[in-house]
Write a protein that binds this ligand. Sequence first.
Ligand code: FAD
Ligand code: AMP
Length: 471
Amino acid sequence: MDNFDVLVIGGGPGGYVAAIRAAQLGFKTACVERWLDPAGKPALGGTCLNVGCIPSKALLDSSHHYEFIAKHAAAHGITASPELDVATMQARKEKIVGTLTQGIAGLFKKNKVTWVQGSAKFASPGEVVVSDAQGKETQRIKAEHVIIATGSVPAAIPPAPVDQDLIVDSTGALAFTEVPKRLGVIGGGVIGLELGSVWRRLGAEVTVLEALPDFLAAADQAVAKEAHKLLGRQGLDIRLGARVTEAKAARKQVTVSFEVDGQSETLKFDKLIVAVGRKPNTEGLALDVAGVGVDERGFISVDERCHTGVGNIWAVGDCVRGPMLAHKASEEGIAVAERIAGQKPHVDFAHIPWVIYTWPEIAWAGATEQALKAEGRKIKSGSFPFMASGRARAMGDTDGFVKVIADAESDAVLGVHVIGPNASELIAEAVLAMEFGASAEDIARTVHAHPTLSESMHEAALASDKRAIHF
Ligand code: FAD
Ligand code: AMP
């Protein structure tokens, strides 16, 4: 039996960050992680590093370069015809993933976190059994505090069973060895749009089937409308209100049946990606043995401090309520380690940034206009189009806008919504502003470098007071 002060189950961005922070705070810390990479080698980093954020961004960046050379370089006076080498693109992605996951192993060494390779299962509230890939018990660990960070796995729908050949989930879609000619995507959410964009840029004809009648319902509707228009113009065939009822794989193609307005339609694809969301990963953990409960959707029940209500057991990241985002998981992990150390950290759930890495990128933080109006809040808003930004013009990336929403009376910034080049980076300023309780005038009076895309944030803040200069 090994004894630790803190035991973390899961080495994704929730778990590995919690483990490092706990060790920094002086706790004897272990992290159990069972992930095996495609070569069968144990790896840290969880979904995010192995089959999520990082590999998807590697392919998004590579495919963005390809499309730029194919379609946009000529406007800069550069003529070139790109040749696609999917194997090299995938090898580059794998190398990035390997470097980063090994980097976490290095950080564990540096911070003296013990990595226990294998699968953990509760034997009692403060004790876990670790087993190897064959299910053989390898170790028993007792710990004063346990942090569950077991993450999530792709959700499945009965009409479209994943075979990882013709019908794939996000993991399969990150590993295609050639560009499918006709690609179907079930689900027009973040993952569906990002992966659909990768393969469309590389030449696939992509159809996205989304059951809901509204596009990106969680985003500000002005942004969702613009995204729908721009992604459609790029060639993503987005069918809204299209509920998939059957997907049959036969003779190297998939026949997908779906219903739109009560009418049945079918389409044939060479590959089908099922991107209908993710579900919490708690199978095999024996949560009942620990006395830890789950809610009706299977998420581990926790309070706002990520405490499960059972002894010293905490849970963070995708396996608990809230957005399934890596940075949310990490912030919760840090906060829990600090709470164990008796500190009083705070995670501001109201201002977690959301990003969709299409091009243009989409990013927001805070409330949407439709949510604020539904609450009856008196608001004002200002928008500034990238078309009017000198830097966006120089880049040749003028699609989209920044929208700043503020309280009509206090001027406090309530929400910022960006669709445009580098929106993922621009949103950080808005998050910081809201975190500090800034007013739109605070952003408007902050000096922004010229010429930068960030001037559009400045101008949108000015526009909320009807005094934009350049539009
Ligand atoms: P995970 O990363 O899922 O890690 C959980 C770990 O626990 C896994 O490694 C698993 O092997 C391990 N584990 C589970 N059970 C056990 C057990 N019993 N014993 C031992 N180990 C166990 N988020 C973003 O913020 N930005 C993005 O750009 C982004 N892109 C994404 C793209 C894709 C294609 C996907 C699929 C996801 C993306 N996400 C993105 C979501 C992000 O990956 C997750 O929010 C994040 O990984 C959650 O972190 P986590 O630590 O809670 O869980
Ligand atoms: P996200 O949760 O952001 O990953 O998005 C998943 C999307 O898949 C949601 O917008 C769902 O409405 C959509 N979806 C779920 N089931 C189906 C289905 N049977 N057919 C089409 N879309 C679906």
